[in-house]
Design a protein around this ligand. Structure first.
Ligand SMILES: [Zn+2]
Ligand SMILES: [Zn+2]
Length: 276
């Protein structure tokens, strides 16, 4: 393989937790042997709430917040499109609210090349006292996330499960998520960060290889030194006894081929159905 496609490339555009230098153009400069292509994205909620700009958080007029967020989203997309590089793509890493609403304006669905959903927004789960209740609430949430027809990839699976279960990742919950992923043919991210639990990830890779589930790789860097840090992903592949040839790893174009059909989960990439 000649370099990874990095499906998880954060920028500093609306995210105060990302190195200021990390712009779409910066990723352009990082393309090479190690990283052949990049999907540039921001968290959905960051477009609409800017912690560094408290005046927006204080604005009670939801419509104004939405419009201001949409304007930032358009500007972020424009910055990537203006690079006019065939190896740089536009994505989003979004969430569902507790009541199942995406934390971005879905009018933009068709404009994204790849849509990742995560589970960053779990304030009600974190407040629950018992691990059992938290895991059950997490599973309910993930069930709703994985049922989204516009979801291309589930980001860093099991990272939050680890956090809410005091570092002990319950095997039954992992297996349940894998069953849903299989039924719904969702893409799973092999995230190259150490805080995503290793054993669950190795289990996920073996399952994905066995079932032909789509797997993509992302470094999910928030600092410049992690952009090309694919080592964790590579180690986990090795621990699973797999190479990339054993997995169904779709091209960005396979996800782009869903444009106009994202209301239909059946349009998700499947092995042997690639248009390439
Ligand atoms: Zn994330
Ligand atoms: Zn991320």
């Amino acid at each position: 393989m000649s370099g990874w496609t990095n499906y998880h490339c954060h920028t500093s555009f609306v995210d105060p937790d990302v190195d200021r230098e990390m712009t779409p153009a910066y990723y352009f400069g990082q393309l090479g042997e190690r990283m052949r292509r990049a999907v540039v994205l921001n968290h959905g909620y960051n477009y609409y709430v800017m912690p560094s700009r408290p005046e927006w958080a204080a604005d009670e007029v939801a419509g104004k917040i939405r419009e201001a967020g949409n304007e930032r989203l358009r500007a972020a997309m424009q910055a990537v499109r203006e690079l006019n590089n065939p190896d740089i793509f536009v994505g989003i890493e979004t969430d569902l609210s507790r009541d199942g609403q995406p934390l971005h304006d879905t009018r933009f669905t068709e404009e994204f090349d790849v849509i990742l959903y995560g589970d960053h927004y779990l304030h009600w789960v974190a407040k629950m006292d018992s691990v059992k209740d938290r895991v059950r609430a997490w599973l309910d949430h993930v069930d709703a996330v994985l049922a989204r027809p516009d979801l291309d990839v589930f980001a860093h699976p099991f990272r939050e499960l680890r956090a809410i279960s005091n570092d002990e990742v319950p095997t039954e919950a992992v297996e349940q998520v894998l069953r849903w992923a299989d039924e719904r043919r969702v893409g799973l991210e092999l995230n190259s960060q150490d805080y995503v639990p290793e054993a669950a990830t190795v289990r996920m890779l073996k399952f994905a290889a066995d079932r032909g589930l789509p797997v993509v790789v992302g470094t999910d860097a928030h600092t410049r030194d992690r952009i090309l840090a694919f080592e964790v992903a590579e180690r986990r592949l090795e621990l699973a006894g797999l190479t990339t040839a054993d997995l169904f790893m779709p091209q960005v174009e396979d996800f782009m081929a869903r444009k106009g059909r994202r209301s239909d989960p059946k349009s998700r990439p499947a092995p042997g159905r690639s248009g390439l």
